[in-house]
Design a binder for this molecule. Sequence first.
Ligand SMILES: Cc1ncc(COP(=O)(O)O)c(C=O)c1O
Length: 99
Amino acid sequence: MAGGIPVTISILERNEFKPFIDDVTSLITEKSRVMLLNSPNNPTGTVLSFDELKVLAKIAVERDLIVISDVIYEACVATVPVSASGSYGEGYPNFPRCL
Ligand SMILES: Cc1ncc(COP(=O)(O)O)c(C=O)c1O
């Protein structure tokens, strides 16, 4: 990506597939320019909480990083019961169907 060298962070089930903040801070160097976030995450489905995002945002500000936030699945977060067919059903006409 524009000559950048991607540095990835492992996300583990024992941490609900969320990044360990120590991993984030320890991998940022003076060469770091961008923090790429994907929440809701594909393929784990993990959704970072607002507080977790605030922690990452604070790090990005402190380390002068541009944040690229991939929120393509934002509208797919099930906040209402999902039927087996994946339909969100009556009463949520604007809610997209996500399988
Ligand atoms: C996290 C995430 N962002 C974006 C996309 C869209 O990618 P593309 O534009 O290549 O279809 C996908 C597709 O699977 C995805 O999983």
